[in-house]
Design a protein around this ligand. Structure first.
Ligand code: PMT
Length: 406
């Protein structure tokens, strides 16, 4: 299961944000898309076509009458070879042309010749964006099924502050991926946990671990893109929650326990990638910062935290439970023990030195029937995909009598 089609045509219109479209092309190519860029004449005043040509490795279309094959009507042929059409940045001018069917250059002519998935990311001066004409054009396009990525609020290149700012390319990429993915998890609800927990022993000092949340966020993003409703419960991280997930920030293991157990009855799948602290210190003060004066040595007494996953394993009815295990040695033996003791359907084991705080991970997935799948070192996005691919057959099997007899 994956994306519906990997051919994107990106329209770049003439606004200052045109330079940010270069990063968007880079992300598209990184994600495996074949990208063809159409620039308006005004866009070429901000960035040269060679930038996009270099990044996409494809010639850049700027003129309706230019074609590299004598028999090819470029705007029509390209429309037939496009799975997703994105316009980013979309200026007030191109939005007006699209809304009213004006075809006076390559980009607007392409739009009329194309009938598939279309997404626009408006970026312009606040007054131009808020103008009733632009708003009306955006409504018309949305009613026609065009996905509109709302611009952000903030300081604009023209010096004004307000809505109109081009969103981060990574965010636009996420919206495009969401449109591109096949929805094999539609109708399913996932609860994913991510990140570390913090266990405080005074007002500001805590015990924690180096988890960044990257693994859990990648799983939440992948599940969302594949059509699931996703709750992402995360300890403190620096990451932006993926678009479209219900994000629930927590700090301590006990908070995570509370939020996870209250959502548990309504979910189909739980994937616990969080590095939950097994112990928390007995607080040394009541909400104030401990003074260091006079303290030569500090002893912390650690209490055992609730094991959230083991608790879910005892309570589970219809739910599929996937745990992670971070191990320093005897990976498979330790993971198998956790799989059994916590009542899991799958466990994903990684070595401590390879799982934490990296963009990549090397995991082995252990199934309840004793079979395993060892994966090479992969970007965490690919690990997330592999884990969800393992969950699908379990979800499909769940409807049968056999699988309900846990
Ligand atoms: O966040 P990153 O920087 O991307 O790093 C990813 C990761 C290394 C944190 C991730 O891949 C990972 O291994 N997560 C699990 C780490 C862990 O806590 O492993 P564990 O073996 O201690 O726990 C086993 C399972 O029980 C885990 O699913 C954990 O979420 C769960 N658990 C543990 C303790 C506890 N009190 N409650 C739990 O639910």
């Amino acid at each position: 299961m994956g994306i519906k089609g990997n051919r994107i045509t990106l329209g770049v219109a003439g606004g200052i944000a045109a330079y940010k479209a270069a990063e968007l092309v880079r992300l598209m190519v990184k994600r495996g898309f074949e990208v063809r860029v159409i620039m308006t004449t005004n866009a070429t005043r901000f960035v040269t076509p060679i930038t996009f040509q270099t990044l996409s490795q494809q010639w850049v279309r700027t003129d309706t009458f230019e074609s590299h094959h004598p028999q090819r009507v470029e705007h029509v042929a390209l429309a037939q070879e496009t799975d997703i059409f994105a316009v980013a940045p979309a200026t007030a001018n191109i939005l007006a042309k699209m809304a009213h069917g004006i075809a006076d250059d390559m980009l607007s002519t392409f739009y009329l010749a194309y009938s598939g998935i279309t997404i626009v990311a408006p970026a312009m001066n606040t007054q131009m964006y808020l103008h009733p004409a632009t708003q009306e054009n955006l409504r018309t396009l949305a009613e026609r099924g065009v996905v509109v990525v709302d611009p952000q609020e903030g300081e604009l290149a023209c010096g004004e502050t307000g809505p109109g700012r081009f969103p981060e390319p990574a965010y636009i990429m996420e919206r495009i991926m969401d449109l591109a993915y096949e929805k094999d998890l539609e109708g399913k609800t996932f609860l994913v946990t991510a990140g570390p927990t913090r266990e405080f022993f005074d007002a500001i000092r805590f015990v924690s671990n180096p988890s960044t949340g990257k693994m859990g966020f990648a799983i939440a993003r992948e599940a969302r893109m594949r059509g699931a409703r996703v709750y992402l419960i995360s300890g403190p991280t620096h990451l932006t929650p993926p678009w479209g997930v219900d994000f629930i920030p927590v700090t301590t293991a006990r908070e995570m326990h509370e939020r996870v157990t209250s959502l548990f009855p309504e979910v189909d799948v739980v994937i616990k990638a969080a590095a939950v602290a097994d112990f928390s210190p007995v607080p040394l003060t009541k909400g104030v910062k401990l003074k260091k004066e006079g303290i030569g040595q500090l002893t912390l007494t650690l209490e055992t935290n609730p094991d959230i996953l083991a608790h879910l394993g005892r309570e589970k009815k219809h739910q599929i439970l996937v745990g992670f295990a971070a191990e320093s040695r005897d990976l498979l033996q330790n993971a198998e023990k956790k799989l059994k003791e916590k009542g899991l359907d799958l466990i994903v084991v990684n070595e401590v030195s390879e799982g934490f705080a990296m963009d990549t991970n090397r995991v082995t997935i252990l199934r309840k029937d004793g079979s395993i799948q060892s994966l090479p070192l992969l970007p965490k996005e690919d690990v997330a995909k592999a884990v969800l691919d393992e969950v699908i057959p379990l979800l499909n099997k769940r409807g049968s009598k056999d699988s309900l007899a846990y």
